[in-house]
Design a protein around this ligand. Structure first.
Ligand SMILES: CC(C)(COP(=O)(O)OP(=O)(O)OC[C@H]1O[C@@H](n2cnc3c(N)ncnc32)[C@H](O)[C@@H]1OP(=O)(O)O)[C@@H](O)C(=O)NCCC(=O)NCCS
Length: 158
């Protein structure tokens, strides 16, 4: 897989089961950093019944293989998961670059404070931590951090 072979497009409803498989596998792989409170069957039902039909879901594919998924909710990156076998090969970067193109003014996202790999990924992509929370507002009750990326649109000439 080379970067040029990756295409990014909106998810189709028929892809919900494959997106759910990727989501479950990526969370399991990241379980040291991403606690899970739902059973896999509950997660699959949520992906098919809520995430794909209700949010703006994008997929990264190479030929027919699903490499990653990203869900946007306004300017919030609600979900970003790369297939375990495709991690650290630039797919996350491609999806985040796509989100920046779609929302050039601003992006925000939450991640768990202990998810050090994801935090390094977002920080390497220009996101800045702007708020640390104690976890009382997420269902995992896990301390999280709000990141923000500010684009250049709206900035006048210096
Ligand atoms: C975090 C995640 C989205 C990153 O996507 P990715 O495709 O693996 O990352 P990329 O290959 O685009 O990495 C780009 C840069 O981010 C940084 N980075 C990415 N993963 C990293 C890791 N595990 N440790 C340290 N830095 C990392 C590096 O600077 C990397 O550049 P480099 O490989 O040239 O050093 C992906 O690994 C993932 O799905 N993780 C599990 C689920 C998760 O935690 N999702 C985020 C929930 S908020």
């Amino acid at each position: 897989m080379t970067a040029a072979q990756i295409i990014i497009r909106r998810a189709r409803a028929s892809e919900a089961p494959a997106i759910a498989d990727l989501y479950v596998a990526a969370r399991r792989r990241a379980s040291a950093f991403v606690p899970t409170v739902h059973r896999d069957d509950e997660t699959r039902a949520w992906v098919s019944g809520y995430l794909v039909p209700r949010l703006e879901v994008w997929v990264a594919k190479s030929r027919a293989i699903l490499l990653g998924m990203m869900a946007l909710d306004g300017d919030l990156v609600d979900q970003l998961y790369i297939a375990p076998a495709a991690q650290r090969r630039g797919v996350g970067n491609r999806l985040i670059a796509h989100a920046k193109m779609l929302r050039p003014a601003r992006l925000r996202l939450y991640t768990f404070q202990r998810n050090a790999p994801a935090r390094r990924f977002y920080e390497s992509s220009g996101f800045v931590a702007i708020e640390f929370n104690d976890g009382s507002h997420n269902e995992e009750h896990e301390p999280d951090v709000l990141y923000e990326w500010k684009g250049t649109s709206g900035l006048g000439p210096s």
